[in-house]
Write a protein that binds this ligand. Structure first.
Ligand code: LHQ
Length: 264
């Protein structure tokens, strides 16, 4: 992994914890933080001892999106090519998160704005502190929701709510985000970190091979007809049924003991 202070990475109990760490900028993305986060998710892909990922932010914010200090128009020169920024920095990481066949928990510890909000939405289970807010800030600066935002908002909320958030840039409180089905659960600020860690540990100790296939099945459901999805489930279940974790799960049930899954 790239050694960087901008993303703190620790591995414990099969959980790779990645903490965005530019707290005085509310963890806004600069190039170094982009590369460090990507390196973290590459490690998650490549290292079999990583069974789940926990993403969070240091300080009072989760992530304020792109560092706008890097985009100061007063510096002159031609308009930046934001498409290139997305293709070079954001999109590879978002694709790594979506294709990682291991659960990714995101603990939104505070404000999540712009690409920061949409980074959270790309994770598998999003939990948030009750004081957290989700802001599609793009509307305030003449941009469109990127980092997968137009996709996740529309699919998770439907057009009416997606457009309401994206066109106004109004903050969405964590409790309402959960009520609307944008995120999984809200915890009091003081307990979010421990709840998220417990959840990530639980998932990491689970049948992560099957959880990875579950993630693939749900990802495929978005674009499939019912018939096509039944075929997909058949194929994925065939794979799951051949896993050591399935054999262990059944055996443990029959022997009335706790299963010990290996993620294979
Ligand atoms: C920041 C930032 C920030 C730098 C807070 N940058 N310093 C864009 C372009 C390129 C390609 C791809 O896509 C994108 C995607 C995007 O993400 S566009 C959207 C970019 N983000 C925003 O527009 C959000 C800007 N930030 C805010 O609106 C507020 O800071 C929020 C609502 C997030 C939080 O408000 P407050 O809680 O009142 O905090 P604050 O505004 O006082 O911020 C604290 C510090 O963090 C402050 O620095 P200072 O030195 O004054 O204490 C801010 O300047 C800094 N900061 N966001 N994105």
């Amino acid at each position: 992994m790239t050694a960087s202070e901008t993303v703190l990475a620790t591995l414990s109990h099969g959980v790779l914890s990645l903490t965005l760490n530019r707290p005085d900028k509310l963890n806004a993305f600069n190039e170094e933080m982009h590369l460090a986060l990507r390196a973290g998710f590459e490690k998650a892909h490549n290292d079999p001892s990583v069974r789940a990922v926990l993403l969070t932010g240091a300080g009072r914010g989760f992530c304020a999106g792109q560092d706008l200090g890097d985009r100061d128009p007063r510096k002159g020169g031609p308009a930046p090519d934001l498409g290139r920024t997305l293709e070079t920095f954001y999109n590879p990481t978002l694709r790594l998160i979506r294709t990682l066949e291991k659960p990714v928990v995101c603990a939104v510890n505070g404000v999540a704005a712009g690409a920061g909000a949409n980074l959270a939405l790309a994770c598998d289970i999003v939990v948030a502190a009750s004081s957290a807010r989700f802001i599609q800030s793009f509307a305030r600066i003449g941009l469109i929701p990127d980092a997968g935002g137009s996709w996740h908002l529309t699919r998770l909320l439907g057009e009416a709510r997606a457009k309401g958030l994206a066109l106004t840039g109004d903050p969405l409180e964590a409790n309402k985000a959960a009520e609307w089905g944008l995120i999984w659960q809200v915890f009091p600020d003081e307990t979010l970190a421990q709840e998220a860690e417990a959840l990530a540990k639980l998932l990491a100790a689970g049948p992560t091979f099957g959880l990875g296939l579950t993630k693939r099945a749900i990802g495929a459901a978005q674009g499939n007809s019912f018939d096509a999805q039944l075929d997909r489930e058949r194929d994925l279940q065939r794979e799951a049924g051949r896993s050591a974790d399935y054999a262990e799960g059944v055996l443990a049930f029959l022997e009335k003991r706790k299963p010990e899954f290996a993620g294979r």
